[in-house]
Design a protein around this ligand. Structure first.
Ligand code: NAI
Ligand code: MG
Length: 366
C-alpha cells in the first residue's frame, strides 16, 4: 500500500500555501510514480469552528497512524480571545506532545538568487546550507519546579533547566543520523562552562558519538560563542545540535541569515516506528499571516520545501527531494518573486498560485 500523508492546512494562509503543495504532491504521483494516500483534516481555528476543539481526537489518531503529517499554519485574530485551552496553537502543541516529537530540524539554506535578501553580507551567506537540530520536548520550557512564588517580601519567577541522559541521548542520535546523510559534521552547543545540564549534555553527546558515530566529526561550542559564529561565519557549520532554549534562539538567528520567513521549512521528528520511520510533522516556520490572508500574496515555498523534507526524511526519497529543491532554486534564479521576496521598487510580484505554476513548470523540465 502507498505511504500515508495527513495534510492539515489550518488557518489563514495555511490553506492557500497548502493548495500549492497539493499540486506538487499530485505531480510526484503522476510524473514520478510516487503515490501517497493523502488525507486532509482540520487543525487550529478551523477545527475549533467545526468541532469546538483545535484538534479533534480522530485527527490526533490519524496523525499517530500517518507516515507523515504536513501542517500549514494555525491561529489568527478571530481566535485571539478564546480560552487558552481551546486556542488554535493548542492543536499544534497537542500534536507535538502526543507524537513525542523531540527533534526539531530547522534548515538555514541560502538560495543564491536571494543572497541579497539576507541581513548579512552576500559572501557570508551565499551557498549557506546548515541544519539546526533543536531538542523540542524538554529543557527549561518544561522543567519543574516552575512558577511564580512568594519568597520573603517579594516574588520569584522560577524555571528549571532539566535534561535526562536519555533525552540528550535520543536527540543526539537524531543529529548524528542526519549528519551521516549530509556532510558528517556536528557541532553541539550548550553552556557547559556555567550549567550542570550543559556538562551532562556535552558528556552524553560525546559518549553517543564515541560509541556509535565515531565516523562523524564532532565539536562542542559554548552557545553564546555559537551565536556569534553563526553571524560571523555561518558556513563553518553543517549540523548544529542544541537544546530547546538555545535552539529556539539560534534557529531564529540562523533563519534571518537567509531572507524571508516565507522560505523556511521545518521538520519535527520523534522515535522511529517498526519500519524505522520516525514519527514526523512537517510545517513551514511562518504563521497564518492574517495581514495577507485571502489576497493570493502568500509565498508557498516554505510549505513546499517542508514537503521536500518529508520526501527525504520520512519516505527515503532524497533524490526526489533534491529535484523539488532544485525546481525552487531554478524559479528563484529565473526571477520569480512573491511580494515577500522583493522590495517596493522591484516590480510586480507574482501570486501564490503563479509561484506554484512556476515550480510545476520547473519540475516538468527537470
Ligand atoms: P506570521 O509568520 O504569520 O507573519 C509574520 C509576517 O510575515 C507577516 O507580515 C506575514 O504577512 C509574513 N509572512 C509569513 N508567512 C508568509 C508567507 N508564506 N509569505 C509571505 N509573507 C509571509 O507571524 P505572526 O504575524 O506573528 O502571527 C500571525 C498568527 O500566526 C498568530 O495567530 C500566531 O499565533 C500564528 N502563528 C502560528 C504559527 C504556526 O502555526 N506554527 C507560527 C507562528 C505564528
Ligand atoms: Mg522562536
Amino acid at each position: 500500500s502507498n505511504p500515508t500523508l495527513l495534510i492539515l492546512p489550518g488557518d489563514g494562509i495555511g490553506p492557500e500555501v497548502m493548495g500549492q503543495v497539493t499540486r506538487v504532491i499530485d505531480w510526484f504521483g503522476e510524473k514520478r510514480g510516487l503515490a501517497f494516500d493523502v488525507e486532509e483534516d482540520l487543525v487550529g481555528g478551523a477545527a475549533y469552528d467545526a468541532h469546538g476543539t483545535p484538534l479533534h481526537d480522530d485527527t490526533m489518531a490519524k496523525a499517530l497512524e500517518a507516515d507523515a503529517v504536513l501542517l500549514g499554519a494555525v491561529g489568527g485574530p478571530k481566535y485571539d480571545d478564546l480560552d487558552f485551552s481551546v486556542k488554535p496553537e493548542r492543536g499544534l502543541l497537542r500534536l507535538r506532545k502526543e507524537m513525542d516529537l523531540f527533534s526539531n530540524l530547522r534548515p538555514a539554506q541560502c538560495f543564491d538568487a536571494l543572497a541579497d535578501f539576507s541581513s548579512l553580507k552576500k559572501d557570508i551567506v551565499a551557498g549557506l546550507d546548515i541544519m539546526i537540530v533543536r531538542e523540542l520536548t524538554s529543557g527549561v520550557y518544561f522543567g519543574e519546579p516552575r512558577g511564580i512564588f512568594e519568597e520573603g517580601n517579594e516574588r520569584v519567577g522560577i524555571n528549571t533547566q532539566r535534561y535526562t541522559e536519555s533525552e540528550i541521548d535520543r536527540v543526539a542520535r537524531s543529529a548524528f543520523e542526519l549528519a551521516r546523510r549530509r556532510n558528517n559534521k556536528v557541532c553541539s552547543m550548550e553552556k557547559a562552562n556555567v550549567m550542570e545540564s550543559g556538562i551532562l549534555w556535552r558528556e552524553v553527546v560525546q559518549k553517543v558519538h564515541d560509541e556509535d558515530y565515531p565516523d562523524v566529526e564532532l565539536s562542542h561550542m559554548y552557545a553564546d560563542n555559537g551565536a556569534m559564529q553563526l553571524v560571523r561565519a555561518p558556513k563553518q557549520f553543517d549540523v548544529i545540535l542544541t537544546d530547546n532554549l538555545f535552539g529556539d534562539i539560534l534557529s531564529d538567528c540562523a533563519a534571518m541569515l537567509t531572507g524571508s520567513l516565507g522560505m523556511l521549512p521545518s521538520a519535527s521528528l520523534g522515535a522511529p516506528n517498526a519500519e524505522g520511520r520516525p514519527k514526523a510533522l512537517y510545517e513551514p516556520v511562518h504563521g497564518s499571516a492574517p495581514d495577507i490572508t485571502g489576497q493570493g500574496k502568500a509565498n508557498p515555498i516554505a510549505c513546499i520545501l517542508s514537503f521536500a523534507m518529508a520526501l527525504r526524511y520520512s519516505f527515503d526519497q532524497g533524490d526526489e527531494a533534491t529535484r523539488l529543491e532544485q525546481a525552487v532554486e531554478k524559479v528563484l534564479a529565473d526571477g520569480a518573486r512573491t511580494a515577500d521576496l522583493m522590495g517596493p521598487e522591484d516590480g510586480t510580484p507574482i501570486s501564490t498560485s503563479e509561484m506554484g505554476d512556476a515550480i510545476l513548470a520547473a519540475l516538468d523540465a527537470s
